[in-house]
Design a protein around this ligand. Structure first.
Ligand code: SF4
Length: 425
């Protein structure tokens, strides 16, 4: 088992360049689209403008639920005197909402960009409302503002708020494995089954599916990050005494094995038990990847910075499918959390942290990659110029982690290339 923990010293082989300029990313409000499905009794109340309401509606698609679990409290422009009434107005909106929706157990007040909202102290409002509504409803707050966040950081801010609110566990409690990051329920169930089968019985997921099931945090907790964009959440967990288990991320057969191996090692699971537990699933994953290798091998790929999944994806695509990363753009590079991933990238690959969109587009045009992974705003112009693209947001909405999903993940990259081939015929 090579759950080897690469140190940062292996990173210099790759070239990391910083770039600062105009960015093309969605804001952290986008995370509500998958978080509201994950925490089944939570409600997300965006405190924002009409733009925020519009973004949430379009990102979520046409909402056909009778009772959606997110909404926007629209704050219009107002003067200072008007600002004083905002707290009362917010209290009224929240009270009405909770009266109408007794199924809500956790309410997130989600901050946004408009200056009126920035002036509002949402964390104080959350404390005030929580005091009034406990024990039936907990009220938390975080910011999804585009000034501070890219689209996956909304989840980071939400989970960090959950950690700050979580009960504290003492060091006398038995050791618990905590998997951190919103995963599709089916993926979570697969991981739970395998961890339990190898003998890790005390296991929790953050976020939990229900408000009342959020895990206690303390020195007894060892945590695995399931997503690479959870820097603030990890910091909050470590501040509460929990220990991070460094690992590659569970994308592809290799990544999933390394990720699970880090937990197995930390919980003293014997190598043969670990191997036995994962053997069949790993074999199935490799077989499913084999089907896509011939379609993807040797194809070049260019990542625009968007989801922060870019580095683990490039590792997966290059090592398991033979693709050639030309440039790996990422909004932020958490060197410690990505150390194992960076050490597995092809030597000398170019990594760009941050973005200057015009310069990056120029480099993309010059490289003329077979496939570009980018946000929605860049996909259409690039397609119009004849480039095949993959929307990075799809990689967050689709279940892609774990052995059973490895083939589906490969398919996401094969599909745009197949479509382009058809169009060219
Ligand atoms: S939070 Fe900011 S960036 Fe996001 S939709 Fe609202 S105004 Fe736009």
């Amino acid at each position: 088992m090579s759950g080897s923990l690469a140190s940062c010293s292996s990173v210099p082989e790759t070239i990391v360049r910083q770039e600062r300029g105009q960015r093309e990313v969605f804001c952290g409000l986008t995370g509500i689209v998958w978080l509201h499905r994950k925490i089944q009794d939570a409600f997300f109340l965006v405190v924002g403008s009409r733009t925020c309401a519009h973004l949430i509606q379009s990102a979520a698609g046409v909402m056909i639920f009778a009772e959606p679990r997110f909404a926007t409290a629209i704050i219009d422009e107002r003067d200072l005197a008007g600002l004083a009434d905002l707290d009362d107005e917010l209290d009224r909106v929240v009270t009405r909402l909770i009266e109408r929706r007794p199924d809500i157990r956790m309410l997130f007040l989600v901050g946004s960009c408009p200056s009126e909202v920035i002036k509002l102290d949402l964390s104080r409002a959350a404390q005030r409302l929580s005091k009034r509504m406990m024990p039936s409803v907990r009220v938390l707050s975080y910011s999804g503002s585009g000034i501070e966040t890219t689209f996956t950081q909304g989840e980071d801010a939400c989970l960090a708020a959950l950690v700050a609110d979580a009960p504290r566990a003492s060091d006398q409690e038995p050791e618990t494995l905590l998997v951190v990051g919103a995963l599709a329920d089916a993926v979570e169930d697969q991981f739970r089954r395998m961890f339990e089968q190898m003998g890790i019985k005390r296991l929790a997921f953050l976020p939990a599916r229900h408000a009342a099931a959020m895990p206690a945090i303390g020195p007894n907790v060892k945590f695995l990050l399931a997503q690479p964009f959870l820097g603030d959440t990890a910091k909050a967990l470590e501040a509460a005494g929990a220990r991070h288990l460094p690992a590659a991320f569970p994308l592809g057969a290799e990544g999933t094995q390394l990720w699970m191996a880090a937990a197995a090692k930390a919980f003293g699971i014997r190598d043969n038990i670990f191997e036995e537990t994962i053997a069949n699933a790993r074999r199935r994953a490799e077989a499913s990847l084999q089907r896509y290798r011939s379609k993807l091998e040797g194809k070049s790929i260019f990542f625009f910075p968007d989801s922060q999944l870019e580095v683990p994806l490039a590792r997966f695509l290059s090592r398991e499918l033979g693709m050639v990363p030309v440039e790996i753009g990422t909004p932020y590079l958490h060197r410690r959390h990505l150390a194992d991933e960076l050490s597995l990238l092809p030597a000398g690959v170019s990594i760009v942290e941050g973005q200057d969109v015009e310069r990056q587009l120029d480099r993309c045009r010059e490289a003329a990659p077979d496939l570009s992974v980018c946000g929605l705003g860049l996909a259409n112009p690039l397609e119009a110029e004849g480039f095949a693209t993959k929307w990075s947001i799809e990689l967050v909405f689709t279940p892609i982690q774990g052995f059973e999903q490895a083939g589906d993940l490969a398919e996401l990259f094969a599909r745009p290339l197949a479509r382009r081939e058809l169009l060219e015929v």
